[in-house]
Design a protein around this ligand. Structure first.
Ligand code: HEC
Length: 115
């Protein structure tokens, strides 16, 4: 998730027009998110609920099926974005719209705010 946060910044800046569109950066961001979508599930084994410095909500373990459904959607949307290989800003916006919806949707349900 840290890597996702790292690439989300330039991606967000490009979407908001704060940074010039760069297809290399854009597609690298998509690939990082896509890879994270397929590995993040492994970071929450049953039994790792407590003791770590984390913002993971215990709800993940109470509702593993719901979490996995969100994860599957995130995989699907980042797959589609990666396949689209956006080459201009409009295409990038179209590809990232559904991807960024996943972030908020999953964080709202499965992540607790530290303060
Ligand atoms: C399927 C669920 C899910 C999706 C989708 C998801 N996240 Fe997360 N994210 C989490 C959880 C759970 C945590 C808490 C992890 C922790 O504290 O160890 C988290 C934490 C984070 C963090 C804090 C990382 C840290 O180490 O403190 C960032 C940044 C982040 N996510 C960015 C994103 C962005 C950007 C997207 C979308 C492109 C995204 N996430 C999509 C579940 C998700």
């Amino acid at each position: 998730m840290k890597s996702v946060g790292g690439v989300a910044k330039p991606a967000g800046a490009m979407l908001k027009g704060e940074m010039a569109f760069d297809p290399v950066v854009a597609n690298a961001a998509i690939r990082t998110m896509n890879a994270a979508a397929y590995t993040v599930g492994n970071h929450f084994p049953v039994g790792s609920e407590t003791g770590m410095e984390t913002t993971v909500s215990p709800k993940i373990w109470e509702d593993m099926a719901g979490f996995e459904a969100k994860l599957a959607q995130f995989q699907k949307d980042t797959d589609a974005a990666a396949a689209a290989e956006p080459k201009d800003l409009d295409a990038f916006k179209a590809a990232m719209g559904p991807v960024f919806k996943n972030c908020k949707g999953c964080h709202e349900d499965y992540r607790i705010k530290k303060n």
